[in-house]
Design a protein around this ligand. Structure first.
Ligand code: GDP
Length: 311
């Protein structure tokens, strides 16, 4: 079946090109922010280390709802040092937004992540941001992006990427630079149109690939991943297949989905959903959560945790 109510995307951007601003705008316009909720911390760069170093280190998840469709947005580390994490993150999504500054053009940090995305066959949407900059050079930047795609051996289909022009600061997206759009609706519509809805068997054998580990003060260790097949429910007895190939029986005690900046408890989740599971002892990146009776591991993914070298 197809999850027409869901899209999973990643954003690829060089630092400072406007990823955080764009996601903020999407969250605001999707009506996620309640008026009494003070959002001082911005979505994608809440980690101190990130602020210090000015690069995004941890993949984070957020979700917006537009026209009744949930769009999960995952952040990709924009740096080749985190190759393993980039690959893992991209395995959760069905398409990418390539965000490029209208003046600076594509820079080396985006090249590596884009290469991985193209290798995985993910359809891209090009977002040319900061079109309001007085030194914007949109046509040249567009040509540089085409050159980059060709250089990275993009397929003809990938080369036909749709383009959207944004002023993330003002929350405006245009399909044509001369449009007089006043919001991000064209971007939302383009995502729904271009990025395929997840597909799989809702009643199939459960397969969830653990892509990341996170921590939460209340529930402790959280395993984050996408469900590739089947459905998971609170109370289910499941099998965890770990790095040694051992199958460990465990029970699902809590499921969280993403909504805005928050994690929301859910009773069940199904194919395509990106979820966090709490309370599974010993769970690690690369593990598969699967059916107890018919355990079917997903291919293990590379884990090369970053060693942060200070420059
Ligand atoms: P990130 O590192 O990719 O998350 O970039 P940020 O979202 O933090 O943006 C970097 C800087 O660019 C901030 O000062 C933003 O206010 C600014 N910025 C983001 N989008 C736009 C835009 O569309 N136009 C202009 N002029 N500035 C922008």
């Amino acid at each position: 079946m197809k999850r027409d109510d869901l899209r999973n995307i990643a954003i690829i951007a060089h630092v400072d090109h406007g990823k955080t601003t764009l996601v903020d705008g999407m969250l605001k316009q999707a009506g996620i922010f309640r008026s009494n909720q003070q959002v001082q911390e911005r979505v994608m760069d809440s980690i101190d280390l990130e602020r210090e170093r000015g690069i995004t280190i941890m993949a984070k998840n957020t979700a917006v709802e537009y026209n009744g469709i949930k769009i999960n947005i995952v952040d990709t580390p924009g740096h080749a040092d985190f190759g393993g994490e980039v690959e893992r993150t991209l395995k959760m999504v069905d398409g990418v937004l390539l965000l490029v500054d209208a003046s600076e053009g594509p820079l080396p940090q985006t090249r590596f992540v884009l290469k991985k995305a193209l290798e995985l066959g993910l359809p891209p949407i090009l977002v040319i941001n900061k079109i309001d900059r007085p030194d914007a050079r949109i046509q040249e930047v567009l040509n540089e992006v085409y050159d980059l795609f060709i250089d990275l051996d993009a397929t003809e289909e990938q080369l036909e990427f749709p383009i959207v022009y944004t002023n993330a600061k003002r929350g405006i997206a245009k399909l044509d630079i001369n449009d007089d759009s006043e919001n991000l609706k064209p971007l939302f519509d383009l995502i729904l149109k271009t990025i395929p809805a997840p597909e799989g068997k809702r009643d199939g054998v459960l397969q969830l690939l653990v892509t990341n580990i996170d921590y939460n003060d209340y529930v402790g260790r959280l395993a984050i991943g996408r469900i590739f097949s089947g459905t998971i429910r609170i109370g289910d007895a499941v099998a965890m297949i770990n790095g040694n190939g051992d199958t460990v029986k465990t029970k699902i005690t809590s499921i969280y989905t993403f909504q805005g900046l928050e994690r929301i408890e859910a009773k069940e989740a199904s194919i395509g959903d990106i979820i966090a599971l709490a309370g599974i002892e010993g769970i690690n990146i690369g593990d598969t959560i699967t059916d107890v009776e018919r355990p079917m591991p997903l291919p293990r993914i590379k884990v090369d945790e970053p060693t942060i070298s200070m420059v």
